[in-house]
Ligand binder design. Structure first.
Ligand SMILES: [Fe+2]
Ligand SMILES: [Fe+2]
Length: 193
């Protein structure tokens, strides 16, 4: 896989802020690979590079893509169409870079809200996005520490999802059901472990 080609696409299609964030997500994804002994670094690199590939598309373009991909959107999803930037990023991975690995594509989609039954790859891409080193807010520190110091990926994910839910509630924003499902799923995984 030609990572340079992907990088070039991202440099051209993302704003500077998003491009630099993406590079830091790749760096953090690789750190998490080492910490959690995840062998398939290529999948992590692809998921991290492409997770926000569609992030700077216009709302109308995101809606177009979601409909074309066969999604039936609720009113809330239409009003919060940015949630579909993961789906848009999948289409870029698939159509521009011929990436058809379902695990990689899922990790790209699932970084936005999380989901039930998150795979290890989903968790790594989600967390790399959540606490890459440019994200220097109080609410991400605990999640980063749990992953990097305690080596507890589920605890880290629970802290991340709780923090996202708290943030969405305190700012009166829409909560996608997948975020709740992800959070309850991780809670169950922790209880069963
Ligand atoms: Fe994103
Ligand atoms: Fe991101």
């Amino acid at each position: 896989m030609d990572f340079e080609k992907i990088k070039e696409y991202l440099r051209e299609n993302l704003n500077d802020f998003r491009f630099n964030h993406t590079l830091r997500v790749v760096d953090m994804g690789l750190i998490l690979c080492d910490k959690f002994n995840y062998k398939d670094k290529t999948k992590v690199i692809l998921g991290c590079y492409l997770h926000d590939a569609g992030k700077n598309l216009s709302p109308s373009k995101l809606l177009d893509i979601a409909l074309k991909e066969g999604y039936v959107l609720s009113e809330e999803e239409r009003e919060n169409i940015h949630i579909y930037h993961g789906v848009a990023s999948i289409t870029i991975a698939r159509d521009y870079f011929n990436i058809n690995d379902v695990e990689v594509l899922n990790s790209i989609k699932n970084h936005v809200t999380g989901c039930e039954n998150m795979s290890m790859l989903d968790k790594i891409v989600f967390l790399a996005d959540f606490f890459e080193v440019g994200r220097d807010y109080d609410r991400v520190h605990k999640s980063r520490e749990a992953a990097l110091n305690d080596l507890d990926i589920n605890k880290s994910l629970l802290l991340a999802l709780n923090s996202s839910l708290n943030e969405l509630i305190s700012t009166n924003r829409f909560i996608h059901e997948n975020t709740l499902k992800a959070r309850n799923y991780i809670l169950r995984e922790i209880k069963n472990s």
